[in-house]
Write a protein that binds this ligand. Structure first.
Ligand SMILES: *[C@@H]1O[C@H](CO)[C@@H](O)[C@H](O)[C@H]1NC(C)=O
Ligand SMILES: *[C@@H]1O[C@H](CO)[C@@H](O)[C@H](O)[C@H]1NC(C)=O
Ligand SMILES: *[C@@H]1O[C@H](CO)[C@@H](O)[C@H](O)[C@H]1NC(C)=O
Ligand SMILES: *[C@@H]1O[C@H](CO)[C@@H](O)[C@H](O)[C@H]1NC(C)=O
Length: 358
């Protein structure tokens, strides 16, 4: 009797372990954007977490710039599950296209091509993922100028997705698996641009996407109403026509004085919480009759922003994401870390000294 029980105990777990191991291996090898359940869903029927102003990082390298919208760079954002990156493009003093926040005097994160290279490096290393870039064209750059920056980063139509030829909103987008199989895993939009038939993969945002208001400066100031393009203001049936995808902005500005608006970091854990982001997503899903395709946040790691997107996508067991701290990153927190290291070092030294003496 005892022996039988022992046998059962020893044998059963092994069998279960085998099954679990097999299913884990199968699912992780077929996950698309962190989940096997998303592979066969059309691109436009999925919700993507977006890092607003992705290259503008508030860390030691920028002296914790109050213009920074994120605490971690685009590489870390993508590895943590972000799949939409937005960036403002402005002209630096030499007229070159840089990613800058409002003005290159305020926060200059380098050339557009070097940021695109960073994104391409990540995409190359992650062959089962589809990423979207949305450029805010503060420089009024032409398609040709932007294409040159993409080319410098090694990106052309072999990696970029090319839509149907008439530059119109399209009802039928490929599934993630189709995009992955054809290698076209980067989808590119620019907010204001005159499309160029020679470079169809640089898409004019508002033919495919509408947005709610992005200029919100109170914690409860969000609305699902269509705000851009101008032709669809406050008219959801018009905004949603022809399969146009909703982009839900959900971040707050704070007045930094001198007329400068800066991202509200102090309230990020509230803004990205289930109570704020989660309930806005639910409300907008009801109003739109579909989930927002893109949800754009500041400080993506603070608060459970990605949990809201997983819920909309019915994803319960995401795979392959790298965890990132959920804390805010400030000069104070960096200083605390340094103090902690120093304290630890001091304690070790003290222990060594005491042990050596005794
Ligand atoms: C992004 O940040 C991580 C750590 O925060 C760092 O290790 C990595 O080098 C950075 N990558 C780029 C391309 O700057
Ligand atoms: C909204 O747009 C639709 C379709 O273009 C139009 O028929 C309708 O009159 C508009 N509604 C309002 C309130 O403007
Ligand atoms: C927003 O931040 C301010 C300043 O830190 C704080 O006093 C307030 O309680 C916060 N509100 C919420 C809802 O998190
Ligand atoms: C998630 O489930 C809802 C409700 O059944 C459905 O409408 C939606 O299309 C699903 N989303 C995805 C990405 O599977």
């Amino acid at each position: 009797m005892l022996l039988d029980n022992l046998k059962t105990l020893l044998l059963l777990p092994a069998a279960i372990r085998g099954i679990v191991a097999a299913s884990t291996a199968a699912s992780s090898s077929t996950a698309c954007n962190n989940s096997p359940s998303l592979c066969n869903i059309a691109y436009n029927d999925i919700s993507y977490l977006g890092a607003h102003d992705s290259p503008f990082v508030r860390d030691a390298a920028t002296s914790y710039s109050i213009s920074g919208n994120q605490y971690y760079n685009s590489t870390v954002q993508l590895s943590a599950g972000v799949r939409l990156l937005t960036a403002q493009v402005q002209r630096a003093t030499n007229n070159a296209l840089h990613v800058c926040h409002s003005s290159c005097d305020l926060l200059d994160a380098g050339t557009l091509s070097s940021w695109l290279s960073e994104v391409r490096t990540w995409i190359d290393a992650n062959p089962n993922d589809v990423v979207t870039i949305l450029i805010v064209n503060g420089a009024a750059a032409t398609v040709t100028e932007l294409e040159r920056q993409y080319q410098k980063a090694g990106i052309d139509s072999t990696l970029a997705y090319t839509p149907n030829s008439n530059h119109a909103a399209q009802q039928a987008w490929p599934t993630l698996q189709t995009l992955i199989d054809s290698g076209t895993r980067l989808v590119n939009f620019v907010d204001y641009i005159t499309p160029d038939p020679a470079v169809p993969w640089i898409m004019e945002e508002f033919r495919y996407i509408f947005e709610n208001n992005y200029d919100v400066s109170t914690l409860d100031g969000f609305s699902c109403a269509a705000n851009r393009p101008a032709t669809a203001v406050n008219n959801l049936s018009k905004a949603l026509a022809n399969g146009v995808m909703p982009l839900m902005n959900h971040f707050v500005y704070t007045d930094a004085g001198l007329g400068i608006q800066s991202p509200n970091a102090a309230n990020a854990s509230y803004t990205n919480s289930r109570a704020s982001l989660g309930s806005a997503a639910t409300t907008c899903t009801q109003e739109y009759g579909r989930a927002p395709a893109f949800i754009l946040v500041d400080f993506f790691n603070v608060g459970p922003a990605i949990a809201t997107v997983d819920r909309l996508n019915n994803v319960t067991n995401p795979v392959g994401r790298k965890r990132v701290s959920t804390a805010s990153m400030t000069q104070d927190s960096a200083a605390t870390k340094a103090t902690r290291k120093w304290t630890l070092g001091f304690c070790c030294l003290a222990v060594l000294l005491v042990c050596g003496v005794s």
